[in-house]
Design a protein around this ligand. Sequence first.
Ligand code: NAP
Length: 481
Amino acid sequence: MILNVAIVGSGFGGLGAAIRLKREGIGNIAIFERADDLGGTWRDNTYPGCRCDVASNLYSFSFAPNPKWSNTYSYQPEIWSYLQDVATKNDLRPLIHFNHDVTDISYDRTDRLWRITTNQGDFQARSVILAAGGLAEPRMPDIEGLASFKGPIMHTAKWDASVDLTGKRVGIIGTGASAVQTVPQIAPTVGSLEVFQRTPSWILPHLGHDVTQRSMRLFSIAPLLQKFVRAFGYWQRELMVLGFVKDPSRMTKGETMSREHLERQVPDPELRDRMTPNYRLGCKRVLISNDYYPTFSRENVTLVTEAIKRVEPQGIRTVDDVLHEFDVIITATGFYVTDNPIGTKVHGAKGEQLAEAFRGDMANYKGTMFPNFPNLFMLGGPNTALGHSSIIFMHESQLNYIVKTIKVALLRDARIEPTVDAARTWTQGLQEKLPGTVWGTGCSSWYLNEQGKNTTIWPDFTFKFRKETRHFEPKDHEISV
Ligand code: NAP
């Protein structure tokens, strides 16, 4: 059987896509999921303290509000359970092929179809929606001798709860979003904790708090009120674009707030100095936490800022030749983003790899389609990620365009791809804009690819992206029937 639409991944993106297609009456769709359960990054990241740094009322589907969030910034178990709920309510489970690891997606020019190879057999589809996630492939650090360590090594995104940290000597590499959440949680349990910081992060106070039963009841009986709260949070975040994009010098206000936060929470001036970033706030992802800095006042927690030389069987040796001995090493070292392996598995009509789009060698159209990749769509494609707001807003915008395009394709049995001109205009327009933004002020971050090009971030208000993706523009596409 030839599928109308094959969706890869069952996280927020894949589930959202399936719901939108179903609501538009598009049937004969399937979701391919490599794991045995749905949920994407919110299934995989189970490290202690994992939660979302975007408020839950905004970090949820606009069409599936949840009046029962127990915290304004929910923790991973609740977000994962929200996704399970959404899947059940929308009857998505029968569509999901679990334990199907997609190894190749190639366009067959003869049959004008996509061939999807999985570890459990091959499939064919007229259209493909890639929703494999930008933060799906954990990156282990490239440190000499890592494999020689005698104890357990675990990445935060592959947390192994069977490793008992009680009383152990633990080293954690990285001080990004994941580390900042894990460190305060494990510090009281472990014997000692050494945190290896390469670059300090800007950290702002966390405004999250528990939601009262009364508010939950109010949201249940007055959904408009919850919509209002969501809209308020949305517009507050959109204002940040003025600093991130329009005039990065405005970020000094946030820098002052962060420095004051650090001063209040870290009494030792020498330690404060080592934890103070020397780049513009926003250039790397801004973090929020109230319990990370105070953790360093604990007797059993140390910040290590000497660079790592290598890993040895007993622990981590730093460049000052000190061996830091550990029982367990945790890597909070992020993900393959601009070099996400999914890109190397997708081949267009002329055999080219989709990975070229993130390398910056291939133009894309609205971060969603690519010339020579007919009827193939990517959620979270190039320059659709955000530093200031909810990625789900971006996914829903992309889906407006995707669903309309798929409808045209199905109605006319057509193969649709963006024209080279339209894709070049879009891509060049963004690339000309990016150097003037906060992400171009000089720091290393996962927003930049190996060539230093920003192929991840959307450099504007998100409502502008929503407007751009509202319609299917026939003039920007080649439609072959
Ligand atoms: P990350 O932000 O990429 O941080 C990785 C950390 O590891 C950085 O401190 C990095 O240092 C360090 N590192 C990497 N390789 C290293 C090496 N060889 N030696 C020493 N240090 C090394 O990764 P993450 O914390 O997992 O977060 C990734 C993204 O996931 C976030 O930015 C966010 O979008 C998302 N996330 C979100 C939440 C949330 O609350 N919503 C929570 C967790 C993650 P450098 O800075 O020097 O490179």
